[in-house]
Design a protein around this ligand. Structure first.
Ligand code: C2E
Ligand code: MG
Ligand code: MG
Ligand code: MG
Length: 297
């Protein structure tokens, strides 16, 4: 009897595994088609200067507009894209669309400083990233100094020496560089100095606990001080609450993004709104419709 049970349990699991593997293969196949059919598009999340409140740039975030399943988030398709190597083509596609859109905004007279785009470790370590970026800038007309490439700490650490060479080439091209999810990886301070990037993006995990979590307060303050001493600017991610924004401003964090200011949106839906009109830093920020739905603490 026990044996029979064991067998059926085994059969159950193996069936489940097979269907999971099946789903992955299906996802990979339809992701390849999605690329051909232009279903991968950037959404844009505003990045505000915390002092003036103005929108100074956007982060481009990939979305898959699936004809049947609707909007699919990166959490679902990026792992498959990384496994299959499709991620490099996705990154290039998002990069090109984002550069083109930003140049269009500049042509309309929008006062934008930059567009920030995520670069996967795969594309970063491929060696010819600088050449591909140069081509995209030439095709879209966006000046190099308007582009920020976001690279994660862990991507740099995969091959630190190769990373230094690539970062150097990108810098010579005139693009800016940011370390994404800063504080979640293991880069040494020595290495951070040598990477010679322009911005650090403070991971949202640290912003979450502000201003109550003593540990996150200490980390946030240290990262801001460290960055400023090295001549870098700090972008805080995941700002949802007015008190988080107020804390970051008070501690001289330069830039910020988060649902509290604006969610990632298609280009046509962007509302060009300063945080000043959100009565930023006061509880009235919670009066904004988008913020109404945020959990209160
Ligand atoms: P990331 O680059 O660290 O981007 C920030 C993520 O935080 C985005 O998630 C954004 O929508 C989300 N976010 C922004 N504000 C808030 C907030 O106030 N609260 C919370 N809880 N979340 C907030 P998203 O768009 O789902 O992207 C997730 C990750 O997927 C990104 O993290 C990035 O690592 C990756 N990704 C997105 N687009 C691309 C892409 O085009 N290429 C590559 N290689 N990776 C991408
Ligand atoms: Mg990012
Ligand atoms: Mg990030
Ligand atoms: Mg992050």
């Amino acid at each position: 009897k026990a044996k029979a049970n064991g067998r059926s349990t085994y059969a159950f699991y193996s069936q489940e595994l097979t269907s999971q593997a099946c789903e992955r293969v299906q996802l990979a196949t339809s992701l390849r088609q999605a690329l051909e059919q232009q279903q991968l598009v950037p959404y844009y999340q505003p990045i505000h200067d915390l002092k003036s409140g103005e929108i100074v740039g956007f982060e481009a975030l990939a979305r898959w507009q699936h004809p049947e399943q609707g909007l699919i988030s990166p959490a679902r398709f990026i792992p498959v894209a990384e496994e299959t190597g499709l991620i490099a083509a996705i990154d290039r596609r998002i990069l090109e669309q984002a550069c083109r859109q930003t140049q269009a905004w500049l042509n309309e007279g929008r006062n934008l400083c930059f567009i920030s785009v995520n670069i996967s470790s795969r594309l970063f370590h491929r060696g010819e990233l600088d050449i591909q970026v140069a081509k995209i800038l030439a095709r879209t007309g966006l000046p190099a100094h308007r582009l920020i490439l976001e690279i994660t700490e862990s991507a740099v650490m995969e091959d630190a020496e190769g990373a230094m060479i690539q970062l150097d080439r990108l810098r010579k091209l005139g693009v800016s560089l940011a370390i994404d999810d800063f504080g979640t990886g293991y880069s040494s301070l020595q290495r951070l100095k040598r990477m010679n990037v322009h911005k650090l993006k403070l991971d949202q995990g640290f912003v979450k606990g502000l201003p109550h979590d003593a540990g996150n307060v200490a980390i946030t303050r240290s990262v801001i001080t460290l960055a400023h001493n090295l001549g870098l600017r700090v972008v805080a991610e995941g700002i949802e609450l007015p008190e988080q924004a107020a804390f970051l401003l008070e501690h001289h964090c330069d830039l910020g993004q988060g649902y509290g200011f604006g969610r990632p949106q298609p280009a046509v839906n962007i509302v060009w709104q300063s945080t000043a009109s959100m009565q930023y830093g006061q509880s009235a920020m919670a009066a904004r419709p988008a913020v109404d739905r945020l959990p209160k603490r």
